[in-house]
Ligand binder design. Structure first.
Ligand SMILES: [Zn+2]
Ligand SMILES: [Zn+2]
Length: 161
């Protein structure tokens, strides 16, 4: 007799099925039929063999390249955003999301702590030149820091596993 398990996403539901990749129990609503067996929604979403968080060396290199590009190309983008003067919070969210997606794709859509760090740091660097003069002038660049934080947040969030 198989031991009764409970769906990891729905603790109130009993199941005898578990994910072929990660082994977590899943209920009938959560399970995805794939060519390699039943999988949880998270693993069904990933291409075969690409387990979350495992980046190949080439993908790590691409992630760093994407991060460097974001840091450099992001500076004029951020400058343009603050020229507009309004909607910087929304634009920062969009920019952060875009930058995060770029890093995510460069890393083979694996995500994970390294991709999160690269995305966050590169976005922050893009905002930094606009904060430094104010900090040097003795002011805290609140209205640059807050949008920067939002952008970093979105960039990091898109690279979560
Ligand atoms: Zn799974
Ligand atoms: Zn479930």
């Amino acid at each position: 007799m198989a031991q009764t398990m409970r769906c990891y996403r729905h603790p109130d539901r009993e199941t005898r099925v578990s994910c072929a990749t990660c082994g977590r129990p899943i209920c009938t609503e959560c399970m995805h039929q794939t060519e390699v067996g039943v999988k949880c929604p998270e693993d069904a979403r990933l291409p075969r063999g690409a387990r979350a968080g495992v980046m190949k060396n080439s993908q790590v290199a691409k992630s760093f390249l994407a991060g460097a590009a974001i840091a450099i190309l992001g500076i004029p983008v951020v400058f343009a955003m603050f020229q507009i003067g309004f909607l910087t919070f929304i634009l920062s969210a969009v920019a952060g999301y875009g930058a995060g997606t770029l890093v995510h794709r460069a890393g083979g859509r694996n995500g994970g702590p390294l991709a999160m760090a690269i995305a966050g740091v590169s976005v922050f660097i893009a905002y930094a030149p606009f904060m430094v003069p104010q900090i040097l002038g003795g002011n805290f660049p609140f209205f640059i820091f807050l949008p920067a934080l939002i952008a970093v947040g979105f960039a990091v969030y898109t690279n979560r596993q």
